[in-house]
Ligand binder design. Structure first.
Ligand code: HGY
Ligand code: MN
Ligand code: MN
Length: 412
């Protein structure tokens, strides 16, 4: 593994902060929800930087953006890196953006030294990785990998009632490149860990060799609104109570699994949502994740059984709708080893680990050898304006990305 000078961490951090100004929130974070005007502005900036780097820019029909640096063998399958630039509503500066912007720094580093590669290098920014408006998450890379038909993705209705295809056209990113037409030789994604492990262990680089399965559901509960003061407790069909009971059950599921299962009730809505009215309707979301597919399925079954029991007990109707479901993913061992070797060659401490979060790499793993590089998140905080990674760590992750992408782009 050839090791020369590293990525300019100051320039990388400056670009990250410049990009974070787009959709900046008063809390110091970023809100660039997929296919909003803020996402368009964020996309425009990435496209401008890609063009500045002399990349050939293409946009596919689900809005994925690809910047290609040609190789000596222009038609060889490219090495692809990248991530996403859409964020959750209370997002930070680094989730996704770091992987795209570091990919461009790799291109700049090679150009500044006049270094060519055998294979082309592609930097990608995938559409709608977060999935908080249009579900499922990792949608752009899922369509690219053939896991979701384009027409179905375009017809997805958002939480705000908008149709995805209309929003894509409205922001000017309904491209004409057929989805999936770039078949990479390999895919490497650089991302913040979004968890506490690397910082707690004082380790610089995470060599991500697998990623846990994800189950997203929306649960709709129908009961009966009634007077909060006059209705005896045994005569209530109280959906507010049921929603709370489900949240407690999900927490118990995770607790019973000894920390290997994580369960989250992230959104709860009550109707009419008034202090003196027993809620007639409740809607809540459940996010379950596990590295073991069979145990994730078991947790889903236990939840389904509980919903039936609760409905009978409380005299309410409960319907569950699947929003996303991805099995755990094992990344490519050869590429994981290449990441570990690159970190070692630069004297960066590193450890193998699992990704708790979903990423575009899990979809790209369906069509080409893929793996991920993590850098520490301060206090493990993410999906939060306080998300932070030190410049030193940002630069180290980009160095490893540079060395791995370069070595893959020069192989037969
Ligand atoms: O949900 C996830 O893990 C990712 O942030 N979309
Ligand atoms: Mn992300
Ligand atoms: Mn995220």
């Amino acid at each position: 593994m050839r090791v020369q000078g590293g990525i300019d961490g100051t320039a990388l951090q400056q670009r990250l902060h410049a990009h974070a100004a787009i959709g900046a929130t008063d809390a110091g974070g970023v809100c660039r929800i997929a296919l909003t005007d803020a996402d368009r502005a964020g996309r425009d900036q990435i496209v401008a930087w890609m063009r500045e780097c002399g990349l050939h820019v293409q946009v596919d029909r689900i809005g994925n953006i690809f910047g290609t640096r040609t190789g000596q063998e222009a038609h060889a399958a490219p090495v692809m890196t990248g991530s996403h630039i859409d964020t959750v509503a209370t997002g930070g500066r680094y989730d996704g953006n770091y992987g795209v912007i570091a990919g461009l720094e790799v291109v700049r580093w090679l150009d500044a030294r006049g270094i060519g590669t055998r294979r082309p290098i592609v930097v990608a920014a995938f559409t709608n990785e977060e999935g908080v408006r249009f579900m499922p998450d990792m949608m752009g890379s899922l369509v690219h990998a053939g896991g979701l038909p384009l027409a179905q993705a375009l017809d997805t209705t958002g939480t705000d009632g908008a149709r995805l295809g209309d929003e894509l056209a409205r922001i000017g990113y309904a491209g004409d490149l057929p989805c999936g037409s770039i078949r990479p030789h390999a895919f490497v994604e650089l991302h913040i860990e979004q968890g506490p492990v690397l910082e707690a262990e004082g380790i610089d680089i995470g060599v991500v060799h697998d990623l846990q399965g994800i189950s997203w559901q929306e649960i709709a509960i129908t009961g009966q609104s009634n007077h909060a003061g006059t209705t005896p407790m045994h005569l209530r069909r109280d959906t507010g109570y049921c929603a709370a009971a489900i949240a407690v059950f999900v927490r118990g599921l995770a607790g019973a699994a000894g920390g290997t299962l994580v369960g989250t009730v992230g959104a709860i809505g009550l109707h009419p949502g008034l202090i003196n009215v027993i809620a007639a309707r409740a809607t809540l979301t459940v996010d379950l994740r596990h590295t073991d597919e069979a145990l994730l399925q078991r947790a889903e079954e236990q939840l389904a059984e509980y919903l039936q029991q609760l409905a009978a007990e409380q005299g309410v109707h409960i319907a569950a709708r699947r929003l996303a479901r991805f099995a755990p993913v094992r990344f490519d061992e050869r590429i994981a080893a290449r990441i570990a070797a690159a970190a070692a060659a630069r004297g960066y401490s590193h450890r193998r680990m699992t990704s708790g979060a979903g990423h575009d790499a899990q979809m790209m793993a369906r069509i080409c050898p893929s793996a991920m590089v993590f850098v520490p998140s301060h206090q493990g905080i993410s999906h939060n304006p306080r998300e932070y990674t030190a410049q030193r760590h940002l630069a180290q992750g980009a160095d490893v990305l540079l060395d791995v992408v370069r070595s893959l782009a020069d192989e037969q």
